[in-house]
Design a protein around this ligand. Structure first.
Ligand SMILES: [Zn+2]
Ligand SMILES: [Zn+2]
Length: 333
Protein backbone atom coordinates (compact mmCIF):
# COMPACT_ATOMS: atom_id res chain seq x y z
CA UNK A 1 0.00 0.00 0.00
CA UNK A 2 0.94 3.66 -0.22
CA UNK A 3 1.69 5.27 3.12
CA UNK A 4 3.27 8.41 4.58
CA UNK A 5 6.14 7.17 6.72
CA UNK A 6 8.39 8.87 9.28
CA UNK A 7 11.77 7.09 9.62
CA UNK A 8 13.57 9.77 11.65
CA UNK A 9 12.18 12.79 13.47
CA UNK A 10 13.23 16.38 12.78
CA UNK A 11 12.94 19.20 10.30
CA UNK A 12 12.10 20.07 7.59
CA UNK A 13 8.73 18.30 7.44
CA UNK A 14 9.15 17.32 3.77
CA UNK A 15 12.34 15.40 4.43
CA UNK A 16 10.97 13.55 7.46
CA UNK A 17 7.61 12.31 6.22
CA UNK A 18 7.84 10.49 2.92
CA UNK A 19 5.32 8.70 0.68
CA UNK A 20 6.41 5.07 0.37
CA UNK A 21 5.28 1.66 -0.72
CA UNK A 22 4.78 -0.01 2.64
CA UNK A 23 3.75 -3.57 3.58
CA UNK A 24 -0.03 -4.07 3.88
CA UNK A 25 -1.11 -4.46 7.51
CA UNK A 26 -2.32 -7.91 8.62
CA UNK A 27 -5.15 -8.08 11.19
CA UNK A 28 -4.58 -10.14 14.35
CA UNK A 29 -7.52 -11.90 16.02
CA UNK A 30 -9.05 -8.76 17.62
CA UNK A 31 -8.24 -6.34 14.79
CA UNK A 32 -10.23 -4.66 12.07
CA UNK A 33 -8.51 -4.03 8.76
CA UNK A 34 -9.77 -0.71 7.40
CA UNK A 35 -9.57 0.90 4.02
CA UNK A 36 -9.02 4.52 5.02
CA UNK A 37 -11.42 7.07 3.53
CA UNK A 38 -10.08 10.20 5.22
CA UNK A 39 -7.76 11.10 8.10
CA UNK A 40 -7.81 14.51 9.77
CA UNK A 41 -4.56 16.20 10.73
CA UNK A 42 -3.80 16.96 14.40
CA UNK A 43 -1.01 19.10 15.84
CA UNK A 44 0.29 15.95 17.56
CA UNK A 45 1.09 14.52 14.10
CA UNK A 46 3.27 17.55 13.53
CA UNK A 47 4.98 17.07 16.92
CA UNK A 48 5.68 13.42 15.99
CA UNK A 49 7.25 14.37 12.64
CA UNK A 50 9.36 17.21 14.04
CA UNK A 51 10.36 15.43 17.24
CA UNK A 52 8.72 17.74 19.82
CA UNK A 53 7.53 14.50 21.36
CA UNK A 54 10.03 11.61 21.09
CA UNK A 55 9.05 8.69 18.85
CA UNK A 56 7.82 5.45 20.43
CA UNK A 57 8.26 3.50 17.22
CA UNK A 58 10.16 4.14 13.99
CA UNK A 59 9.29 3.87 11.22
CA UNK A 60 5.80 5.14 12.02
CA UNK A 61 2.80 6.13 9.92
CA UNK A 62 1.16 9.07 11.79
CA UNK A 63 -2.55 9.98 11.69
CA UNK A 64 -5.10 9.29 14.41
CA UNK A 65 -8.43 10.78 13.31
CA UNK A 66 -9.37 8.04 10.88
CA UNK A 67 -12.62 7.28 9.10
CA UNK A 68 -12.58 4.08 7.08
CA UNK A 69 -14.51 0.98 6.06
CA UNK A 70 -13.93 -2.50 7.43
CA UNK A 71 -12.54 -4.77 4.70
CA UNK A 72 -11.45 -7.71 6.87
CA UNK A 73 -11.90 -8.76 10.50
CA UNK A 74 -9.77 -10.88 12.84
CA UNK A 75 -11.24 -14.26 13.85
CA UNK A 76 -12.32 -13.12 17.34
CA UNK A 77 -14.05 -9.91 16.20
CA UNK A 78 -17.78 -10.04 17.04
CA UNK A 79 -19.16 -6.52 16.87
CA UNK A 80 -18.02 -5.30 13.45
CA UNK A 81 -18.66 -6.56 9.94
CA UNK A 82 -17.17 -6.05 6.53
CA UNK A 83 -18.51 -2.77 5.11
CA UNK A 84 -19.05 -1.03 8.47
CA UNK A 85 -17.89 2.56 8.59
CA UNK A 86 -15.77 3.18 11.69
CA UNK A 87 -13.84 5.96 13.38
CA UNK A 88 -10.42 5.43 14.96
CA UNK A 89 -9.06 7.93 17.51
CA UNK A 90 -5.76 8.42 19.38
CA UNK A 91 -6.25 5.71 22.05
CA UNK A 92 -5.35 2.36 20.43
CA UNK A 93 -5.39 0.10 23.49
CA UNK A 94 -4.83 -0.11 27.26
CA UNK A 95 -3.96 -2.97 29.62
CA UNK A 96 -7.43 -2.82 31.32
CA UNK A 97 -5.99 -3.90 34.70
CA UNK A 98 -3.69 -1.21 36.12
CA UNK A 99 -4.76 1.08 38.97
CA UNK A 100 -5.63 3.85 36.49
CA UNK A 101 -7.73 1.63 34.21
CA UNK A 102 -9.58 0.23 37.23
CA UNK A 103 -10.43 3.78 38.36
CA UNK A 104 -11.84 4.81 34.97
CA UNK A 105 -8.69 6.74 34.05
CA UNK A 106 -7.60 4.57 31.15
CA UNK A 107 -6.28 7.74 29.46
CA UNK A 108 -3.44 7.60 32.05
CA UNK A 109 -2.71 3.87 31.66
CA UNK A 110 1.09 3.37 31.69
CA UNK A 111 0.66 0.65 29.06
CA UNK A 112 -1.64 2.66 26.79
CA UNK A 113 -0.77 2.56 23.12
CA UNK A 114 -1.66 5.31 20.69
CA UNK A 115 -2.66 5.35 17.04
CA UNK A 116 -0.03 6.83 14.74
CA UNK A 117 2.51 6.81 17.59
CA UNK A 118 2.86 3.28 19.04
CA UNK A 119 1.09 1.61 16.13
CA UNK A 120 0.81 2.72 12.50
CA UNK A 121 -1.93 5.25 11.87
CA UNK A 122 -4.18 6.57 9.14
CA UNK A 123 -2.06 8.46 6.62
CA UNK A 124 -2.06 5.29 4.52
CA UNK A 125 -4.41 3.37 2.25
CA UNK A 126 -5.04 0.73 4.93
CA UNK A 127 -4.77 0.63 8.70
CA UNK A 128 -5.62 -1.60 11.67
CA UNK A 129 -7.79 -0.84 14.68
CA UNK A 130 -8.59 -2.86 17.79
CA UNK A 131 -12.24 -3.88 17.86
CA UNK A 132 -12.72 -2.49 21.39
CA UNK A 133 -11.18 0.87 20.49
CA UNK A 134 -13.02 1.52 17.21
CA UNK A 135 -16.37 3.28 16.89
CA UNK A 136 -19.22 2.42 14.56
CA UNK A 137 -20.22 5.70 12.91
CA UNK A 138 -23.78 6.74 12.13
CA UNK A 139 -24.48 6.87 8.40
CA UNK A 140 -25.55 10.30 7.21
CA UNK A 141 -22.68 12.34 8.63
CA UNK A 142 -19.92 13.06 6.12
CA UNK A 143 -16.52 11.42 6.61
CA UNK A 144 -14.81 14.81 6.48
CA UNK A 145 -17.14 16.23 9.15
CA UNK A 146 -16.56 13.31 11.53
CA UNK A 147 -12.76 12.96 11.25
CA UNK A 148 -11.93 16.27 13.05
CA UNK A 149 -14.13 15.18 15.98
CA UNK A 150 -12.04 12.08 16.70
CA UNK A 151 -9.10 13.80 18.41
CA UNK A 152 -9.43 17.59 18.24
CA UNK A 153 -13.09 17.31 19.16
CA UNK A 154 -12.70 14.66 21.86
CA UNK A 155 -9.72 16.33 23.59
CA UNK A 156 -11.51 19.66 23.40
CA UNK A 157 -14.57 18.01 24.92
CA UNK A 158 -12.61 16.50 27.81
CA UNK A 159 -10.99 19.91 28.43
CA UNK A 160 -14.38 21.61 28.22
CA UNK A 161 -15.87 19.23 30.80
CA UNK A 162 -13.00 19.96 33.18
CA UNK A 163 -13.78 23.71 33.01
CA UNK A 164 -17.18 23.07 34.60
CA UNK A 165 -18.64 26.18 32.90
CA UNK A 166 -22.38 26.25 32.45
CA UNK A 167 -25.09 28.30 30.77
CA UNK A 168 -24.58 32.06 31.16
CA UNK A 169 -20.91 31.77 32.18
CA UNK A 170 -17.83 32.92 30.26
CA UNK A 171 -15.19 30.65 28.70
CA UNK A 172 -11.91 31.66 27.06
CA UNK A 173 -10.33 29.69 24.20
CA UNK A 174 -6.64 30.48 23.66
CA UNK A 175 -5.35 29.45 20.25
CA UNK A 176 -8.10 28.93 17.71
CA UNK A 177 -7.39 25.84 15.63
CA UNK A 178 -9.14 22.56 15.04
CA UNK A 179 -10.09 21.72 18.60
CA UNK A 180 -11.07 25.25 19.69
CA UNK A 181 -13.43 25.96 16.82
CA UNK A 182 -15.35 22.74 17.53
CA UNK A 183 -15.60 23.53 21.26
CA UNK A 184 -16.73 27.09 20.47
CA UNK A 185 -19.75 25.60 18.66
CA UNK A 186 -20.49 23.20 21.52
CA UNK A 187 -20.19 25.94 24.19
CA UNK A 188 -22.51 28.29 22.28
CA UNK A 189 -25.16 25.55 22.04
CA UNK A 190 -25.01 25.33 25.83
CA UNK A 191 -25.57 29.07 26.30
CA UNK A 192 -21.97 29.82 27.30
CA UNK A 193 -20.35 33.09 26.18
CA UNK A 194 -17.01 32.52 24.47
CA UNK A 195 -13.95 34.77 24.35
CA UNK A 196 -11.18 33.85 21.91
CA UNK A 197 -7.53 34.84 21.89
CA UNK A 198 -5.35 34.00 18.87
CA UNK A 199 -2.43 35.43 16.94
CA UNK A 200 -4.05 34.78 13.55
CA UNK A 201 -6.30 37.45 12.06
CA UNK A 202 -8.18 34.84 10.01
CA UNK A 203 -8.70 32.72 13.11
CA UNK A 204 -10.17 35.73 14.94
CA UNK A 205 -12.50 36.41 12.02
CA UNK A 206 -13.65 32.78 12.00
CA UNK A 207 -14.24 32.94 15.77
CA UNK A 208 -16.46 36.02 15.34
CA UNK A 209 -18.27 34.47 12.38
CA UNK A 210 -19.03 31.37 14.47
CA UNK A 211 -20.45 33.51 17.29
CA UNK A 212 -17.68 34.37 19.78
CA UNK A 213 -18.64 37.27 22.07
CA UNK A 214 -15.13 38.69 21.78
CA UNK A 215 -12.02 37.83 19.77
CA UNK A 216 -8.62 39.48 20.08
CA UNK A 217 -4.90 38.84 20.19
CA UNK A 218 -2.81 38.08 23.30
CA UNK A 219 -2.09 41.76 24.05
CA UNK A 220 -5.69 43.01 23.82
CA UNK A 221 -7.32 43.72 27.19
CA UNK A 222 -10.14 41.28 27.92
CA UNK A 223 -13.44 43.14 28.50
CA UNK A 224 -14.60 40.92 31.41
CA UNK A 225 -13.07 38.23 33.66
CA UNK A 226 -13.73 34.60 32.69
CA UNK A 227 -14.87 31.59 34.72
CA UNK A 228 -12.45 29.35 32.81
CA UNK A 229 -10.02 29.22 29.93
CA UNK A 230 -8.70 26.39 27.77
CA UNK A 231 -5.24 26.81 26.24
CA UNK A 232 -4.91 24.98 22.93
CA UNK A 233 -1.80 26.79 21.65
CA UNK A 234 1.48 24.99 22.53
CA UNK A 235 2.93 28.19 24.00
CA UNK A 236 3.78 28.21 27.73
CA UNK A 237 3.95 32.02 27.90
CA UNK A 238 0.15 32.10 27.54
CA UNK A 239 -0.36 30.36 30.92
CA UNK A 240 0.26 33.41 33.18
CA UNK A 241 -1.92 35.52 30.87
CA UNK A 242 -4.78 33.04 31.10
CA UNK A 243 -4.48 32.93 34.91
CA UNK A 244 -4.75 36.71 34.87
CA UNK A 245 -7.86 36.53 32.67
CA UNK A 246 -9.83 34.14 34.92
CA UNK A 247 -11.79 35.31 37.94
CA UNK A 248 -11.36 34.05 41.53
CA UNK A 249 -11.98 30.29 41.64
CA UNK A 250 -11.40 30.13 37.87
CA UNK A 251 -9.86 27.23 35.98
CA UNK A 252 -7.20 27.16 33.30
CA UNK A 253 -7.07 23.89 31.36
CA UNK A 254 -4.09 22.96 29.17
CA UNK A 255 -5.30 20.85 26.24
CA UNK A 256 -2.04 20.17 24.41
CA UNK A 257 0.27 17.14 24.48
CA UNK A 258 3.30 19.45 24.17
CA UNK A 259 3.95 23.00 25.38
CA UNK A 260 6.99 25.26 25.44
CA UNK A 261 8.27 26.02 28.98
CA UNK A 262 5.91 27.97 31.22
CA UNK A 263 7.60 31.13 32.58
CA UNK A 264 7.57 31.66 36.34
CA UNK A 265 4.79 33.90 37.58
CA UNK A 266 3.86 35.64 40.85
CA UNK A 267 1.75 33.66 43.30
CA UNK A 268 -1.17 36.11 43.20
CA UNK A 269 -1.97 34.95 39.65
CA UNK A 270 -2.99 31.51 40.92
CA UNK A 271 -4.06 32.54 44.45
CA UNK A 272 -7.79 32.82 45.29
CA UNK A 273 -8.31 29.19 44.32
CA UNK A 274 -7.53 29.43 40.64
CA UNK A 275 -6.77 25.99 39.26
CA UNK A 276 -4.32 24.93 36.56
CA UNK A 277 -4.85 21.47 35.05
CA UNK A 278 -3.62 19.61 31.98
CA UNK A 279 -5.52 17.08 29.91
CA UNK A 280 -3.82 13.90 28.74
CA UNK A 281 -5.36 11.71 26.03
CA UNK A 282 -8.97 10.59 26.38
CA UNK A 283 -11.02 7.60 27.40
CA UNK A 284 -13.40 5.48 25.34
CA UNK A 285 -16.25 6.99 27.34
CA UNK A 286 -15.11 10.48 26.24
CA UNK A 287 -15.27 9.42 22.59
CA UNK A 288 -18.72 7.83 22.89
CA UNK A 289 -20.17 10.71 24.88
CA UNK A 290 -18.72 13.34 22.59
CA UNK A 291 -19.86 11.66 19.36
CA UNK A 292 -23.39 11.64 20.83
CA UNK A 293 -23.17 15.32 21.84
CA UNK A 294 -21.73 16.27 18.46
CA UNK A 295 -24.60 14.72 16.61
CA UNK A 296 -27.23 16.11 19.04
CA UNK A 297 -25.71 19.61 18.78
CA UNK A 298 -25.20 19.34 15.01
CA UNK A 299 -21.55 20.34 15.28
CA UNK A 300 -20.07 21.06 11.89
CA UNK A 301 -16.30 21.52 11.80
CA UNK A 302 -14.82 23.97 9.28
CA UNK A 303 -12.68 21.83 7.04
CA UNK A 304 -9.91 22.38 4.50
CA UNK A 305 -9.35 19.25 2.42
CA UNK A 306 -6.05 18.11 0.94
CA UNK A 307 -5.30 15.32 -1.52
CA UNK A 308 -3.36 12.32 -0.14
CA UNK A 309 -0.19 13.52 -1.91
CA UNK A 310 -0.49 16.93 -0.22
CA UNK A 311 -0.01 15.81 3.39
CA UNK A 312 3.34 17.64 3.89
CA UNK A 313 1.76 20.84 2.54
CA UNK A 314 -1.12 20.46 5.02
CA UNK A 315 1.43 20.01 7.83
CA UNK A 316 3.36 23.12 6.76
CA UNK A 317 0.17 25.16 6.64
CA UNK A 318 -0.91 23.88 10.07
CA UNK A 319 2.48 24.85 11.46
CA UNK A 320 2.35 28.36 10.04
CA UNK A 321 -1.21 28.91 11.24
CA UNK A 322 -2.75 29.07 7.77
CA UNK A 323 -5.40 26.40 8.32
CA UNK A 324 -8.76 27.71 9.43
CA UNK A 325 -10.61 24.91 11.23
CA UNK A 326 -9.25 21.41 10.52
CA UNK A 327 -7.15 19.99 7.68
CA UNK A 328 -8.55 16.69 6.42
CA UNK A 329 -6.57 14.42 4.11
CA UNK A 330 -8.65 12.62 1.47
CA UNK A 331 -7.26 9.12 1.07
CA UNK A 332 -9.68 6.77 -0.68
CA UNK A 333 -11.28 9.45 -2.89
ZN1 LIG B 1 -4.09 0.43 32.46
ZN1 LIG C 1 -4.58 14.42 18.13
Amino acid sequence: MKAWVVRSQGKPIRERIVLENYPDPLPLENDLLLKVNVCALCRTDLHIVEGDIPAHKLPIIPGHQIVGRVVRVGEKVRNFHIGDRVGVPWLNSVDENCSFCLKGQENLCPNARFTGYDVDGGFAEYTLAKENFAYLLPEGLDDIQIAPLLCGGVIGYRSFRFTGVSCGEKLGLYGFGSSAHIILQLALKKGIRVFVRSRGQEHLELAKKLGATWAGDYSAPLPEPLQAAIIFAPAGEIVPLALQDVDKGGKVILAGIHMSPIPSFPYYLIYEERLLQSVANSTRADVREFLKEASACNLSPEVTTFAFEELPLAMEELKSGQINGTAVILIAS
